[in-house]
Each structure stands twice: as C-alpha cells, then as structure tokens.
Design a protein around this ligand. Structure first.
Ligand code: ZN
Length: 197
C-alpha cells in the first residue's frame, strides 16, 4: 500500500506536530504508521520522512539513507557532502541542537515539493535527543548529510519547509538543476547564490 505524500500548500505541513504520549508509543496504531511511512519512503524513494508528510500531525519521523542510493553517485560528491549510509531508524518527539552555525549549503530536495530543489544552508553537525519506537531515549550526534537530513525532517515536525530557509535565487526545477547547476563545483554555486548581505 502506497500512501500519498502531502505536498506544499496542504495545511498539515505548516502545523506544529503534537508530541506522542508515552502511552501511544508502541501501540499498533503507531507501529502501523511507522511501517506505512517506511514503505512510502522506500517507494518514493527518499532518505527521510516526517509524519506530517503523510497527513499525521505527530512528532514522528524516520531516516534511512541506503548504500544503494549512494552507489550511483560520484565518490567526490559523497565526500563533499559527507554522505555515508544511515540505517533505518525512528525518532519520536525529537529535540535538536545545532553544534555548528547553519553555514554549509548544498542543493536539497523534499518529497513534499516534487520536481524542485534549492541550496539550503544547514549546520554541519547536530545533536538530537529523542525517543525510539520502543520509547527508549536516544542521543544522536550527526555530521554532514545525516545532520542535514535530521534538520530537514525535524523542521517538518515544526511546520517548516526548506523553502523557508533556502537561498531563494538557487530555487529551480530538477530538470534545470541537472542541466545547468549539477555540474558546477560547490564554490561556484556558493558565489552565485549566497544572498547578498
Ligand atoms: Zn521534506
């Protein structure tokens, strides 16, 4: 079963999601929701999904950056983005702390804004405190692309989309991204699109 992903404009994406209660965690309803989200993420495919994206205004998100998604990408691109495989995991009621300023910009996409991409400045490193699907506390320290995924998904739980943070001049369709911008080095893209202060 494939669930429709909410796209920009749907009010649920702009709400602050409510935390799960202790009692809810581990129930069949939440376990089913996690399974549906996992299936939807794999189908998309994507590397992260937040419950509001499937119409559920809950502080629940999943992350999975499979090695197979990275196999087709140039080693240089993976190294520049500090992108490494991240196994599937669930985060509930997460709280995020930026461990560096939000100054690293790369093109980023979102399943709720299909067909578009933009450069989004993010912190290189973050610390996240959350509960897992069993209700146990977890602390994650993440860097690079994993830190970006966490920032993006936790934004969803707070009603924030990447377009709220993007360098707006870089916003483009995937078609134009692939044709014009993908081949350029990061340094050139930074010069081209960094907002003038
Ligand atoms: Zn998104």
């Amino acid at each position: 079963m494939r669930i429709k992903i909410a796209s920009a404009g749907e009010p649920v994406l702009r709400n602050v999601a409510r935390p799960l209660t202790r009692e809810e965690i581990g129930t069949d309803r939440i376990s089913d929701l996690i399974a549906y989200m996992h299936e939807t993420l794999a189908d998309a495919p994507g590397v992260g999904l937040a419950a509001p994206q499937i119409g559920e205004s809950l502080q629940l998100m999943i992350v999975e950056d499979k090695a197979e998604y990275q196999a087709a990408l140039p080693a240089e691109e993976l190294a520049e983005r500090e992108r490494r495989p991240v196994p599937f995991h669930v985060l509930i009621n997460p709280e995020i702390e930026l461990l560096s300023p939000p100054e690293v910009s790369f093109y980023e996409g979102c399943l709720s804004l299909p067909g578009f991409t933009a450069m989004v400045p993010r912190a290189r490193a973050v610390r996240v405190r959350a509960l897992n699907e069993a209700g146990a506390p977890v602390v994650i320290e993440a860097e690079g692309w994993y830190a970006r995924i966490l920032q993006h998904e936790i934004d969803h739980l707070n009603g924030v989309l990447y377009i709220d943070r993007m360098w707006s001049r870089s916003f483009c369709s995937l078609e134009h991204y692939n044709r014009h911008w993908k081949p350029k080095p990061a340094s050139e893209l930074n010069r081209e699109f960094r907002p003038v202060k």
